[in-house]
Ligand binder design. Sequence first.
Ligand SMILES: [Cu+2]
Length: 175
Amino acid sequence: MRPNIILLVALLVVSAGVLAAGCTLPSGNVTPPTAPPTGTETPSVTETTVAGTGTPAATATTAGTDVTTTTTTGVAGGGATTIDLTAENIAFDTSTITVPAGAEVTVNFNNMDDGTPHNFAVYTDSSAAEEIFVGDTITGPDTTTYTFTAPEEPGTYFFRCDVHPQQMTGDFIVQ
Ligand SMILES: [Cu+2]
């Protein structure tokens, strides 16, 4: 039994050695050229990812600073109010927004429509001839924060999405 096993092992070792020797030359030639390019590509991808991440972060910080400054300045007028507004399937999630007269209004706008631009804008009436506030358009899915001062005069004003002025409209009530 033992001699047979030793023979088998010896044969396997020898066979493996011959196979390995036979494969060594082709393998050795192919491996070195492949390795350097792979190592070079990996750092490039990493740099691109870092650059992309940095830009949005900087934008968000700037927007947050502006909001804080504006709110602080406007508090003396008529207090502050915050509204959550969502755009989905080319529609706002509300048709009426009510705010105190002269209030510093913060609108947390959520555009859920993938690839579709929306904004939020307030006008004196549905003719949209005289603007009170026009927010920047964002393409979903994305969120932004608008801040502006509500009119001092109570009444029913008009809000809409300028991109979809027929489908996305509502009453902007100041009281
Ligand atoms: Cu829209």
